[in-house]
Design a protein around this ligand. Structure first.
Ligand code: ATP
Ligand code: SF4
Ligand code: MG
Length: 351
């Protein structure tokens, strides 16, 4: 199999476009995004040269263990990190516009209207003193001219769209009157009310019980399919990515280490870290316990090793791995940050 040097951005958009050889115009193109925080001890780098693309309507899973930089990457895209301490470098091209260069006012217009984000704990994002209908209506009226009556009509329609029964009644309820699953549906309704082109969902089901998790995941996928909203699904759960997404991006210690179509990466991961995550996955492979196949832990930003950041945990480490690794494209649409990626035959979750 031929080996191709990866360019700065290794994402390739949708399957069909890759196979037909037409380079799709990405909706989002993240280039060399590096984030550091100012601390008393100096700048603390947290992510390094994160590059990927998301095509219109595409669903991309962003995975990796705790502390790998998934949330800060999502927050960086929307410039939601504290301005006094976070320093972001690189480009975040959304529909061709660099979001990092927009004025604060123009950035506020993008948030919620073009790109929306939902989080793990819906209660913290909902205001307890306003009805859910008022909050959904307000999310619309910030961006579009509409009176209260139209806002309410739109809120009811949005609640219906996310599968909330009796939306006319629920519209007038307060967040505490709803279950956790219903609150997350309200958050999704609020996020999608302006028909954004991209939704970033950061662990949206972690706080919910297992049955409700599956319902919310199904809802996100079907809404994305129906409305054409692209999705960046941040999760620990590779099973969710397998069921929901078309592409998977693996992050490790602040870097993208693999970027691949889901079908390919499940059967043939190219980075030892992704392979370890997949082999630890209950349900898709034999149940071995969480990350039983990867010894050790993610290095902290304060103690980041030189060279391949996964080296101390990697069963395949060899001379040369002590050098910094770059993304290598193994085949169209599939790249990994590992010098051995082209030769290793690594087990996936589906063999
Ligand atoms: N405000 C901050 N100041 C300093 N360091 C931070 C800040 N926010 C996050 N970090 C550090 O950035 C790194 C990445 O954190 P992040 O929350 O993005 O991880 P994550 O992949 O989302 O993990 P999890 O799966 O637990 O949500 C961590 O080492 C974290 O300690
Ligand atoms: S570069 Fe070396 S240490 Fe790093 S993942 Fe590849 S084989 Fe393992
Ligand atoms: Mg997180």
């Amino acid at each position: 199999m031929g080996m191709i040097e990866a360019s700065a951005s290794t994402g390739t958009g949708t399957h069909g476009a890759v196979r037909s050889g037409i380079a799709p115009q990405p909706l989002l193109e993240v280039r060399n995004l590096s984030l550091s925080f100012a601390t008393a001890a100096g700048a603390l780098p947290v992510t390094r040269n994160v590059s990927f693309t998301v095509a219109a309507g595409e669903r991309v899973g962003l995975v990796g263990e705790s502390g790998c930089g998934k949330t800060v990457t999502g927050l960086s895209l929307l410039r939601l990190l504290p301005a006094h301490s976070a320093r972001i470098e690189g480009d975040v091209l959304f529909d061709g516009t660099d979001l990092l260069k927009l004025s604060p006012r123009r950035m506020r217009a993008v948030r919620g209207r073009d790109i929306a984000m939902i989080f793990q704990e819906p209660m913290s994002a909902l205001d307890p003193v306003f009805t859910v209908g008022d909050q959904i209506s307000e999310a619309y009226r910030i961006h579009f001219p509409a009176g209260k009556a139209e806002g309410r009509e739109r809120a009811i329609a949005a609640l219906r769209e996310v599968g909330i029964p009796a939306p006319e009644r629920r519209c007038d309820e307060y967040p505490h009157q709803l279950s956790g699953g219903m609150r997350q549906r309200v958050m999704i309704a609020m996020a999608l009310i302006c028909k954004p082109k991209l939704l970033i969902a950061d662990e949206p089901t972690t706080a919910l019980d297992v049955t409700v998790q599956a319902q919310i995941t199904d809802l996100l996928r079907s809404l994305s399919e129906r409305t054409g909203t692209a999705l960046i699904f941040i999760t620990h759960d590779l099973g969710v990515v397998a069921e929901t997404c078309t592409r998977m991006i693996t992050m490790y210690a602040g870097e993208v280490v693999e970027d691949a179509p889901v079908d390919d990466v499940l059967t043939r991961p190219r980075h030892p870290y992704t392979s370890g995550l997949l082999r630890s996955l209950p349900g898709l492979s034999k149940r071995r316990g969480v990350l039983a196949s990867i010894p050790g832990r993610v290095p902290s930003p304060q103690a980041m090793p030189a060279g391949c950041r996964f080296r101390s945990r990697c069963a395949h480490a060899a001379p040369g791995c002590e050098q910094d690794q770059r993304m290598i494209a193994i085949e169209a649409g599939h790249a990994a940050r590992c010098r051995r990626a082209p030769d290793l035959a690594l087990p996936g979750a589906v063999n």
